[in-house]
Design a protein around this ligand. Sequence first.
Ligand code: PGA
Length: 253
Amino acid sequence: MRKPLIAGNWKMNMHWNEAMTLVADLVYLESTQDWDGKEILICPPSLYTRHTVEFLKNARSSIAVGVQNCASTDNGAYTGELSASMISQAGADAVIIGHSERRQYFNESDEELLSKVRLSIANGLRPIFCCGESLDERKSGAHFDVVKQQLEDTIMKIEAIDFDRIVIAYEPVWAIGTGETASPEQAQEMHAFIRSLVAQHFSSEQVERTHILYGGSMKPSNATELLSQSDVDGGLIGGVSLKAEDFAAIITA
Ligand code: PGA
């Protein structure tokens, strides 16, 4: 049985006071609601990582902290970058890798993404690896091929022993921040396809253990149906993760 994972991707949002208020609100909701049996992760801007980790630890919260990116190289002369080892030492558990916004605006290549995945795992972080097709690719029926290529050129190349650390997030680009959501059937169909790809490369035990999250305009009103699909093991939530009550409503969905 895979424990559902609900992850919040804050993106480049929330100034310091807002961010700390949101964390405090989540801690309060965690203490007053039944979040048992679910794993919760929040990914604020990296600058807040250390403080968020300490705040949650002092509050005895079970919420884990992740970041939204890491460097594709180890430490060194890479101005502005944050290495996986620094992120790990700041107390983060996870790192989102290959989000479509990073692929699109920062031209991240599969080669770089694979390197980020390897460095994250080597430094004890859990990569949340994103994949997903554009609207044109969906319309032309290329969505399965696109996702297959995105995964086969990256995470399917890592050692079997490391694969257990990976969480896959299927995020159709046309559903991110658009209010448009994949239907539960579309999500299930793609998640089952992704699981079958994992089965071609890794053991059946690993296939069963692999978490595949759905991301793209998940909200309280559609979360229950999406999360009840047999191959949907949680969500990667953007906009709605900035509102404590709504994020909590997805957690309890
Ligand atoms: P959204 O973003 O929930 O705002 O659509 C999801 C994501 O980009 O991870």
